[in-house]
Write a protein that binds this ligand. Sequence first.
Ligand code: DAH
Length: 354
Amino acid sequence: MSPLVSPYKNFDELSFPADHPGRAVTDSYYANRDMMLRTHTSAHEVEMFRRGETRWLLTADVYRRDEIDASHYPVFHQVEGARIFDASPSGMKQVEEDNARVSNILAKSNIVIEDIPHISPTNPVQHNHDPVFSELVAKNLKLSLNNLLLKVFGGVAGISKQEPLRVRWIEAYFPFTSPSFEVEVFFQGKWLEILGCGVIRQATLDTAGVENKIGWAFGLGLERIAMVLFGIPDIRLFWSTDPRFVSQFEQGKITTFQPYSKYPSCFKDVSFWLPQNSEIHENDFCDIVRDTAGDLVEDVKRIDHFVHPKTNRTSLCYRINYRSMDRSLSNEEINHVQSQVASQLVERFEVEIR
Ligand code: DAH
């Protein structure tokens, strides 16, 4: 499926409110007013349901404008999955049987689950859902995803063979599900956010022309999970073609990445006056940096923000940390890139370099 979708498909079809921050041009990549790069795989939910699929998985590249650091990259990958059942006593009997089957597997597995109620006043059943059905479906969602996490994280380095896999469920909010949840896994001493999910909003199924069904959906980010499972310290590495990186991995095997060497950092600051009465969004600044320096930048931090008491002009200073994943950078090369960043800032935002 093409990554270019309409904002309608990315947001409206999924009941996002008109003022949702994700719609902003500072947060998403728009080709024009009518087309954008999908920000999540949920953009294809309606399309998948329209095909008449009752259980499906979909993996795709998604795009977001963001800051620059070791865990953010403007393109990454998500997996979306869903399952729907007949909203009828016989459909619910099928859910109950499936729930019993998966409960049985989990009961025999080394997993400890911190659960919360399937439905609560702050995480409510939808008004057009039978609460008993919604409860059963939410339970099916939790059991299915706990089982998935057991398959992905059970018996992996960092989670010892004797220690159980710890999973915790948290109340969440998404415009296209209710009740909604986030799931975290305890990994190397920290709770790690893994996925978002919930009982599909009926409006989504209605838009897809699916009648008398009730079900659940989830979405998860692949790079974040892979970084943790394989010990990959920087998200840029996924784009590396360096044999020292690529040769370390084998289909179907989870191994710990052996860093080959960390090349030195090169810090460069740029400080500038903004034009009167104008602002520059951090994501816009980062876009200029990405456009000019590409993957040579490890992170970007704003280190100063100052308003001149007399002139009322605003000054900003950003520190760019240049570091290649696979070679040493020369000061000369980086000075050249840095001066291009500065001239792009002047050209696009009419700043005055200090
Ligand atoms: N699309 C959400 C995101 O990118 C994740 C998500 C949440 C997907 C809930 C779902 C869902 O299918 O039901 O953050």
